[in-house]
Design a binder for this molecule. Structure first.
Ligand code: BGC
Length: 799
């Protein structure tokens, strides 16, 4: 084991051996458990102390008015906020008559371990009460990947210094009192008491609460059942009131004897179903979990994860911390998405209420690339969620006077929730990001049913949006004016290059797919004239370029703006959005996050190698990385342009965003896009994996251009492509492609076409990287230089 400031560095787990109350909120986020449907923050079992209590159900939110000092047409009137639902993880403990609370008495030992292979959070704590009685608490917690509605806890208490009477109170608590949150505008507004009681119940070992949200009218049910194992004389009783349902177990424990409680918690919600239907749903889920039993739930969890890791694991040789971080990242991205099933994936997953629990383009542009290649079965449900919101997106487009569909910049339900137009609805690129995610998914899986169905509809309606949003100038050039690209320090620009290139692909691919499925196209009212117009717009789309500087422009005119005065900007003034007015950011050359650099990743075939090198250097000098979505994109392009030291530094930043709390807001939830970006930095960056564009706007063969920074000695990863499992094993000077499953596969290695088959792995040398002068970042903004933390000793497979 290697240790560093926060957590022990281990290959397959995250271990904390000291409880630092100042870092409680942060640790609650990193130890959060979720299956994409239920989310439990890593709160201590006894509920307090806490940074932010959190139990979430994907989609359960409350509405609140969005106030405007100056109203405008088309401004969304109602906001949506993820709410803390009934907390089923609370198990309070009284040791004699002292509540176990680590702020009192003495915590003599503490450990929490999140195990990425078993999907279990384990805690042990030795606590001595103010009266001098010592107990050991052991708990294991999981949110089930296999039983979507279920979370469970095995909790044990044993005395350490003499006979002790304990009372364990296992609860369901609604409307938990929330702590006061910070004034940072990006932090979710806490909503007081969002749940109105409908029913409470407690009998024997069973508990249940049903509530309804006040404005969004979502009915939320939570139920629990328990197995109790204690010495003779152990007694229990259950009681309930509107916001609390409680099982109290009391026992007198002699040294060596334990009281053990297994708690199965079931959740469900609906806007449609009746009280009795929701009640039955949660009771049924709990009864099923109880009959499965704790050990079998653990076994199912392990089997689910074994399967995931067999197609998703990434091995990094030479840097143990990055190795741990990438598995932590993969685990949390899986948790955010695995069972979200036609619901959104919030920017923070279900680990906290940051960004009000909203979903952004983070889903399609960061999370889905990873899932498409590692857990493709989880992707269609996410895209189906987008598709289910198509009616709302079409209404929004209509409201804006546009054709097709305008998907929301931030949302829970599908309605636009951004109250800030320039960095909200104007970020129209999200529509092309969705279209590209469809293309990527279809190319990688060959899912024709999806392509013909929801896929085509998404492409058609987004193509219609682009066509109506843009216009041809007198020379015929197609411009898209008044949009905001990924860089939120520029807004309402003409011809944002990222947007235009992504829109071009969207238009071409929609036309192509429509011609491949004429019957479906006809149903959608698409005719030849319309597809010809899309193709024409795509062919003539503006690509802003400054010939004098030899670089592309992020948007038309951008390179003519005044440069931001980085020399006069102090470290404390970042992020700039909290210290400078937007109007000043908008009119100067300063970039919040990868924008044109991301265009060179997603639309790489639209640039020559020389253009990429020059563009990268130019925009590096302007990019301040005030968004966690930036470092991973910069890592990819740094690797492609041969700046391997820089790529490695950016990889470190993306990978450690939450483990080292680099943006100081991990307390509000994890940065799911940056976690997914860790995979991007490794696989797209060092692995150089790209899906090249095909003639028809679709996606052609998979290419790799591996590169190895001198700090690392190896990188292995697996990708799933069209039912095949390909293992890529990169060493210092060679890359080996091994087909572990499926039919022979054509791929590119640094441009050379190879065929890999099950019995014929292919090995090729790595060409030397070009040596170019390393680009400069704005003053004070280079990524921290990284020194590798070494490799793990011995068997990597052991904990
Ligand atoms: C970024 C957006 C991102 C959002 C949610 C913002 O700071 O600028 O690109 O979608 O965070 O992660």
């Amino acid at each position: 084991m290697i240790t560093h400031s926060g957590y022990a560095v281990e290959p397959w787990s995250l271990r904390e051996t000291e409880l630092n109350l100042d870092l409680l909120s942060q640790s609650e986020s990193v130890f959060a458990l979720s299956n994409g449907h239920i989310g439990w923050r890593g709160n201590l079992d006894e509920g307090e102390p806490h940074g932010l209590p959190g139990a979430y159900l994907n989609g359960v939110h409350e509405l609140h008015p969005l106030p405007y000092a100056e109203a405008g047409y088309g401004y969304p009137e109602s906001g949506e906020t993820l709410i803390n639902i009934t907390d089923g993880k609370i198990i309070r403990l009284l040791v004699d008559d002292h509540p176990c609370d680590v702020r009192y008495g003495e915590l003599t030992a503490h450990e929490r371990v999140l195990d990425f292979r078993t999907g279990v959070l384990r805690r042990t704590a030795d606590w001595t009460s103010p009266a001098g009685l010592s107990v050991r608490i052991t708990s294991e917690r999981l949110v089930s990947f296999t039983q979507r509605a279920i979370a469970a806890i095995a909790y044990e208490v044993e005395p350490l210094n003499g006979s002790t009477t304990v009372a364990v109170q296992s609860e369901l608590v609604a409307n938990e009192q929330m702590p006061h949150l910070t004034g940072d505008p990006r932090v979710a507004a806490a909503i007081d008491c969002p749940l109105m009681p409908e029913e409470d119940f407690a009998k024997d070992t069973r508990l249940r609460l049903v509530h309804c949200t006040r404005h969004s009218a979502q009915r939320v049910g939570a139920a629990a059942d328990h197995l109790i194992d204690g010495p003779e004389g152990t007694t229990w009783s259950a009681e309930s009131e509107p916001d609390v349902s409680r099982l109290t177990v009391t026992s007198t424990l002699e040294p060596g004897r334990r009281l053990r409680l297994v708690k199965f918690v079931g959740y469900g919600w609906s806007v449609e179903r009746s009280l009795s239907a929701v009640r039955d749903q949660v009771d049924g889920a709990v009864a099923a979990a109880r009959s499965t039993g704790w050990e079998a739930l653990l076994a199912e969890q392990r089997a689910y994860l074994d399967n995931f890791w067999s197609g998703a694991d990434v091995e990094v040789d030479g840097d143990a911390q990055i190795q741990q971080a990438v598995r932590f990242a993969l685990f949390h991205v899986l948790q955010a998405a695995a069972r979200s099933e036609e619901r959104a994936i919030p920017a923070k997953g279900l680990t906290g209420t940051g960004y009000d629990g909203h979903s952004f383009w983070d889903v399609e542009s960061f999370v889905l690339p990873l899932l498409t290649f590692t857990a493709p079965q989880a992707v269609a449900p996410v895209l189906r969620w987008r598709h289910a919101t198509l009616p709302a997106a079409r209404d929004r487009a209509h409201q804006l006077g546009l054709a097709g569909a305008a998907f929301p910049w931030r949302t829970i339900s599908g309605a636009e929730c951004s109250a800030y137009w320039p960095a909200g609805t104007a970020a129209f690129h999200i529509n092309a990001d969705i279209a590209y995610a469809v293309l990527r998914y279809v190319a990688v899986t060959g899912d024709v049913t999806f392509a013909r169905g929801p896929g085509l509809e998404l492409l058609v309606h987004t193509a219609r949006l682009w066509h109506s949003l843009g216009h041809h100038d007198p020379e015929g050039v197609f411009h898209i004016d008044g949009v905001t690209g990924p860089d939120e320090y520029s807004a309402i620009a003409r011809d944002n290059l990222y947007t235009n290139l992504m829109a071009r692909r969207n238009l071409t691919a929609a036309a192509e797919l429509a011609s491949r499925h004429p019957d479906r196209a006809e149903e959608l009212g698409v005719d030849d004239e319309e597809t010809a117009a899309w193709r024409d717009a795509a062919a003539r789309i503006a690509v802003p370029y400054n010939a004098a500087l030899g670089v592309h422009e992020q948007s038309a005119g951008f390179t003519g703006f005044q440069h931001w005065d980085f020399a006069a900007t102090s470290a404390e003034q970042y992020p700039l959005l909290l210290h400078f007015p937007y109007f000043d950011l908008y009119r100067k050359q300063v970039v919040k996050q990868a924008d044109l650099v991301l265009a060179m990743v997603t639309c790489g075939d639209d640039f020559t190698a020389e253009e990429k090198a020059r563009n990268f250097a130019y925009y590096e000098a302007l990019t301040v990385r005030d968004s966690s979505l930036s470092a991973c994109c910069q890592a990819v392009m740094a690797a492609e342009t041969g700046h391997l030291r820089l790529a490695y530094a950016y990889l470190g930043e993306a990978a450690l965003m939450d483990l080292e709390n680099l943006e100081h807001n991990t307390r509000d939830g994890l940065h799911i896009a940056s976690l997914a970006g860790t995979w991007m930095a490794l696989v797209l960056g060092l692995g150089g994996m790209r899906q090249h564009e095909s003639e028809d706007g679709g996606i052609g063969p998979l290419g790799f251009a591996p590169r190895m920074p001198e700090q690392l000695s190896g990188l292995k990863f697996t990708v799933m492509v069209r039912g095949r499992r390909l293992r890529v094993d990169i060493r210092r000077s060679t890359a080996r492609y091994v087909l572990e499953e499926g039919e022979p596969l054509h791929l590119l290695h640094h441009g050379e076409l190879l065929t890999v088959s099950g019995d014929r792995p292919v090995e090729r040398p790595l060409p030397p990287a070009r040596v170019l002068p390393e680009p400069q970042q704005p003053k004070g903004r280079p990524p921290a230089d990284r020194s590798p933390t070494g490799a793990f000793d011995g068997d990597e497979d052991s904990d």
